[in-house]
Write a protein that binds this ligand. Structure first.
Ligand SMILES: [Zn+2]
Length: 294
């Protein structure tokens, strides 16, 4: 199974093509068969848990010495109020947004803000420690040739994952992230422990959360880019998209005919029960990542 990390240029071309109205299957190199399609089984994922919620829960549990969020100006009062007992540092960023740091120990929030301001690449290991990330995950992330593209970071994590499928669903990060960092592998024991702590706390705060998240995350994911993913489960194909993409629903309706999908190198294969029901050829640029969280 080829899980090589695509070049930044290849991802950039795909993004430009999609922005220009190209079809999703064409832009990723999937050669969709004429049929069948199961549109009734393709559903848009509801928004669910807020992205930042897990970061805050992890901090409140003591798993993270420092909270780090990138927020807009209008969000700052809300975060200051939410973390009123912590020491907060707000740093304007070149992109017009704000780095928001909070810690129980003021010197740790100040240190994280200073390192981030100075050179986050050079200080990636110390920042990882301040954020409470597992040492194995910090090392793997620091060793990457490029860390600035979140989609590429996921390809890199998948390429490092050697364990057999299915991978543990609490580390499925296509729709939301229970761990606020990129694991060294999608089956990393330390990252999974972190996720289980966050999940247990979420369950205490809102009973039923675990089952709700399992239904959403325990799936074979076809991940395309940040904010574009499809999750194939036993009953439906969940479409996760933060913007409109040409051909997304067609691909969703195609994958929805299966109850699981698998990357077989030059084809994306779907099964329903014991039956192999499609094999979608993959050609250049061969983008999109099949993540077996089921
Ligand atoms: Zn790890």
């Amino acid at each position: 199974m080829d899980r090589s990390v695509p070049g930044s240029a290849s991802l950039r071309r795909m993004r430009e093509a999609l922005r220009g109205g190209a079809d999703l299957a064409t832009a990723t190199g999937l050669v969709l068969p004429p049929g069948p399609r199961c549109p009734a089984r393709a559903r848009w994922a509801s928004s669910g848990l807020a992205v930042d919620a897990c970061e805050i829960v992890a901090f409140e549990l003591g798993l993270k010495p420092v909270v780090f969020l990138v927020v807009d100006a209008w969000e700052l009062p809300r975060w200051r109020a939410r973390l009123a007992t912590a020491h907060c540092v707000v740093d304007p960023r070149p992109d017009g947004r704000f780095g928001f740091f909070a810690a129980r120990q003021p010197e740790l929030a100040e240190e994280a803000a200073a390192l981030q301001r100075e050179d986050p690449t050079r200080h990636v290991r110390r920042l990882g420690i301040l954020m409470g990330y597992p040492p194995c995950c910090i090392e793997a992330f620091a060793a990457q040739d490029d860390r600035g593209d979140d989609a590429r970071n996921r390809y890199a994590c998948a390429a490092r994952t050697r364990g057999p499928a299915p991978w543990p669903w609490p580390l499925c990060d296509a729709a939301l992230r229970l761990v606020p960092f990129f694991p060294c592998r999608y089956d990393c024991a330390a990252a999974l422990t972190f996720a289980h702590h966050v999940l247990a706390e979420l369950e205490i705060r809102e009973p039923g959360t675990t089952e709700r998240l399992r239904a959403r995350l325990e799936r074979a994911i076809f991940f395309v880019d940040e904010g574009i993913a499809l999750g194939v489960g036993p009953d439906d194909c969940l479409i996760v998209a933060t913007r409109s993409i040409v051909g997304l629903e067609t691909l969703g309706a195609t994958l929805a005919c299966a109850d699981r999908i698998r990357d077989e190198g030059d084809t994306l294969v779907g099964w329903r029960g014991p039956d192999r029901i499609f094999a979608i050829p993959r050609c250049a640029p061969r983008l999109g990542l099949c993540l077996p969280f089921r």
